[in-house]
Design a protein. Structure first.
Length: 273
């Protein structure tokens, strides 16, 4: 029996990258998955967002583990739409035990014809979207009285400002990821008395399409000092998505049953520099 047998997990940004990895890893341990993703490009982000075929692949891999999955298009910045996706998933799979606020965008290397919009877009997805994600599920979890676990994906940029440039989008990214920590601590104080644990994970660079794309590749080639500033202490460039998924598995399983309100770096020593 897996560590999450009989549990249901609600995961945003689940079509590819870290979100897909989390869905697969939790499914391997017995969880059923409510998977949402916007499946729409963002005008101020130059790399392409996930597609329906990406989400279909997540479904295929989770079903291949003999787990149930309800996958639907939903934008974390649209509270009503996200609530609808959550409610439909609960109707199909049952009440949610685990929430992963994973959806995010990165504008490093993107052009900024409108820096105000760039800032607003990244705050909208990376911070407001996290608040929305928790609020569509939290009261149901409280009312059910069975506890649960919430993990919000921040970043090393949620603990430091090292490696940032002068663009509004990148500044918004650091601000949003710091803000996620504030949300986590507020949510932990609200929800932990109900047996619902809330934590953040803080990855360094992860080998996903958000990082491994032509836009960021070109930016780092043109600005090698940025790559040097963002280097890890350990001799590793990018971590694997499953490294983050394994940390999340610890936080949402009984292995981490008394862990709440913590900021957990999975960063190859980035924040120790």
């Amino acid at each position: 029996m897996g560590k999450l047998e009989g549990k249901v997990a609600f995961i945003t940004g689940a079509a590819r990258g870290q979100g897909r990895s989390h869905a697969i890893r939790l499914a391997q341990e017995g969880a059923d998955i409510i998977a949402v993703d916007s499946l729409a490009d963002v005008a101020t982000v130059d790399y392409p967002m996930s597609t329906q075929s990406d989400l279909d692949e997540t479904v295929k891999q989770v079903e291949g583990l003999d787990r149930r999955i309800h996958a639907v298009k939903a934008d974390v910045t649209d509270l009503a739409g996200l609530k609808g996706a959550y409610s439909a998933g609960v109707a199909e799979l049952g009440p949610v035990d685990i929430v992963l606020g994973n959806a995010g965008i990165c504008q490093l290397g993107s052009r900024e014809p409108d820096p105000v919009q760039a800032f607003h877009d990244v705050i909208g997805v990376n911070l407001i979207g996290v608040w929305n994600t928790v609020h569509v599920a939290a009261q149901d979890m409280v009312d059910r009285g069975q506890g649960g676990a919430i993990v919000l994906t921040s970043s090393t940029q949620g603990l430091t400002g090292r490696g940032a440039d002068g663009s509004a989008g990148v500044q918004g990214y650091a601000a949003a990821k710091h803000g996620v920590v504030g949300l986590m601590r507020s949510f932990a104080n609200w929800l932990s008395p109900h047996g619902i644990r809330v934590n953040t994970v803080h990855p360094t660079g992860v080998a996903t399409p958000m990082v491994e794309n032509d836009v960021i590749g070109r930016y780092l080639a043109e600005n090698p000092q940025a790559g040097q500033m963002a280097a890890n202490l350990m001799p590793v460039g990018l971590t694997d998505p499953v490294d983050i998924s394994n940390a999340i598995l610890y936080l949402v399983s009984d292995d981490g049953r008394y862990v709440t309100g913590v900021t957990l770096p999975v960063d190859a020593g980035f924040t120790a520099r």
